[in-house]
Design a protein around this ligand. Structure first.
Ligand SMILES: *[C@@H]1O[C@H](CO)[C@@H](O)[C@H](O)[C@H]1NC(C)=O
Length: 135
């Protein structure tokens, strides 16, 4: 009488499969582009509760990116410290689930310029001015 067991197995498999997709399918690519100009280098250090991405030096015109999965609790957060011109420092959240899960669902790109920070809005496909530099 294998039939009932077979049905049960498929149902369980489907449930597990759906659940793991729900948890793991939200892959996001974050990137930070240096557009400071004048050959200005950008030094950046990003981390989350679980990952330390280390100190990265981004040459003018280059970018640094990484991939991650958002957690099922909606608390994923990557924060960064950055420094340029040996004096200007800033701190920002590269990805915060509450702010970004609709704005940049799969692609969270930042552009660092002299005027401030631009973020790519994944829904509209446009760069948006997000943060001014504090004086
Ligand atoms: C940026 O870094 C490169 C490589 O370390 C260096 O050659 C260059 O002088 C730096 N640019 C500035 C503006 O300091």
């Amino acid at each position: 009488m294998p039939a009932p067991y077979q049905v049960g197995y498929h149902v369980v498999f489907l449930l597990v499969f759906s659940f793991s997709r729900m948890v793991l399918s939200d892959d996001v690519h974050a990137s930070i582009k240096n557009r400071l100009g004048n050959g200005e280098n950008l030094s950046i250090h990003c981390q989350s509760k679980d990952d330390d991405l280390g100190q990265q030096d981004i040459a003018d015109g280059s970018e640094f990116g990484w991939d991650f999965s958002v957690n099922a609790w909606g608390t994923t957060l990557f924060y960064c410290d950055m420094e340029w011109e040996n004096a200007r420092r800033s701190h920002f959240d590269a990805y915060s689930f509450s702010r970004d899960h609709t704005r940049c669902e799969t692609q969270c790109s930042w552009l660092i310029s002299k005027e401030g920070m631009y973020g790519m809005n994944g829904q509209t496909g446009f760069w948006e001015f997000m943060y001014d530099w504090p004086n």
